[in-house]
Ligand binder design. Structure first.
Ligand code: ADP
Ligand code: MG
Length: 230
């Protein structure tokens, strides 16, 4: 499917927020690495997909009505076998029914569980005057509490992508410290450049959030992607 069809499909269905499956499919089309995923419609299907993806897996609710999945008990991590996957499936459906009774559940996403590592955030937000702007920061308290972020107007060059990474105050954490190895800064820069291309090509995007991206010594993986349309 062409990437523009994903967006026009959502618009036709009256949705402003892309499903995680749609947002990640867009990302993949632009070479942005994401965790492997399959959309399950039943417990049995979830178990089958988990076997195929390999354990441990993550299970997440997919709903056009839910933006923050963990707030409604819609994310369960580190599921190690079929019986844990099936139990988590029932638990998530029950949590969502209890906390957001009217949310439509499209299915549950079975996802490869990315090993924990340094978390970064890549975002884009459309300014009415300047068009899309790119954002970069480290995950958790760095962005949310300390507002330690870098911005550039899109499209960004490779040089600008590298500057964005090195100019945040938390940058030394990416260079490695004590026992933690350096993070793959080149992989982050490539994600920034590819995300910049994605939002430039699709001007209907008002906001994009890759939060978090787990960064390793070699490579990086986006575990959650959110795209909001104008
Ligand atoms: P939310 O809609 O609440 O932001 P997320 O998909 O970001 O939901 O999941 C919540 C948290 O669970 C993430 O911030 C991340 O720490 C963890 N997580 C989610 N998916 C994965 C995954 N595939 N591998 C590892 N950790 C994950
Ligand atoms: Mg998230």
């Amino acid at each position: 499917m062409k990437t523009s069809q994903i967006i026009s499909g959502a618009v036709a269905a009256g949705r402003k927020v892309l499903l995680e499956t749609e947002a990640k499919t867009l990302c993949m089309a632009y070479g942005i690495p994401v965790t492997k995923f399959e959309l399950a419609k039943s417990e049995a299907e979830a178990a089958k997909f988990a076997d195929k993806i390999g354990y441990p897996v993550v299970l997440k609710v997919v709903s056009p009505d839910i933006i923050h999945k963990s707030d409604v008990g819609g994310v369960m991590l580190n599921l190690k076998d079929q019986s844990e996957v099936k139990a988590a499936y029932r638990q998530i459906v029950e949590n969502v029914k209890k906390r957001q009774a009217h949310a439509k559940i499209v299915g549950l996403l079975v996802q490869e569980m990315a090993p924990s590592s340094t978390e970064v955030i890549v975002g884009a937000i459309k300014d009415p005057q300047f068009g899309p702007a790119m954002m970069f920061g480290l995950g958790g308290i760095f962005v949310e509490v300390l507002k330690d972020v870098a911005f550039r107007i899109a499209p960004i060059t490779e040089e600008e992508a590298c500057e964005m990474i090195t100019e945040v105050k938390a940058y030394p954490l990416l260079k490695g410290y004590r026992n933690s190895p350096p993070a793959d800064v080149k992989a982050i820069a490539q994600i920034l450049i590819n995300t910049s291309k994605l939002v430039m090509d699709h001007q209907e995007i008002k906001e994009l959030d890759l939060n978090p991206i787990l960064v390793y010594e070699k490579g990086a993986k986006t575990v959650d992607a959110r795209i909001i349309l104008e």
